[in-house]
Design a protein around this ligand. Structure first.
Ligand code: AMP
Length: 187
């Protein structure tokens, strides 16, 4: 009879492997390229972190699947959000960008900032000199979002670019995260 679950310390993640006769602690630097730092109550750690292990594999698999469609030019879910075909919780909007709450928040504040016109920016790795204006605009919009959400004193902006970074939607987007103490390094 064996059970395994993950918890975390400030700098590493610990694997507790409980057997009938022994408990083994294994320090892991990180879970994998797509792991998400634990953010919830310690009372929920065993259950939540076990599902995190399989979630990590799911995220990697879906990121790889999404990457195969990345350069087809096919519309993404974000096109439907921009056209308001599907609802979103909009935090900020101007003529160039839209900011809306992430459907799967990783922090009390988790807002996505996207260009309304993709213009080839499926991912940051595709950026070209002509994109300089919109890239700057997106960063400044992220700061406006942080102000609106009351987290301008401490927040993080993340861009996942490509499958290795677990990008899952191929329309450039900035994650604005805050509202709790953020840890470093990320997973
Ligand atoms: P990434 O993994 O960096 O490509 O981030 C894509 C993000 O889009 C994820 O954090 C998802 O939770 C988020 N997302 C996907 N669909 C929706 C949606 N319909 N509304 C809001 N956020 C979404």
């Amino acid at each position: 009879m064996a059970a395994a679950f993950f918890t975390s310390s400030s700098s590493s993640t610990l694997l507790f492997r409980r057997t009938a006769t022994a408990v083994t602690f294994v320090a892991l630097k990180q879970l994998g390229p797509c792991s998400i730092p634990p953010i919830h109550s310690p009372f929920h750690l065993p259950q939540r972190t076990m599902s995190r292990v399989s979630a990590t594999h799911d995220e990697e698999a879906s990121a790889r699947a999404a990457a195969t469609e990345a350069n087809t030019g096919a519309p993404t879910i974000f096109d439907k959000i921009i056209s308001k075909e599907i609802p979103s919780s909009i935090v900020y909007e101007d003529e160039k960008v839209l900011a809306f709450r992430d459907i799967n928040p990783q922090a009390p504040v988790h807002v996505l900032v996207i260009p309304k016109l993709r213009d080839g920016l499926t991912e940051l790795g595709k950026a070209e000199p002509r994109h300089e204006d919109i890239l700057g605009h997106l960063l400044h919009a992220s700061k406006i979002v942080a102000e609106k959400e009351g987290i301008v004193d401490g927040f993080r902006v993340v861009i996942n670019s490509g499958a290795t970074a677990c990008q899952s939607v191929y329309h450039l987007h900035l994650h604005v995260l805050g509202g709790r103490q953020l840890k470093w390094p990320p997973g």
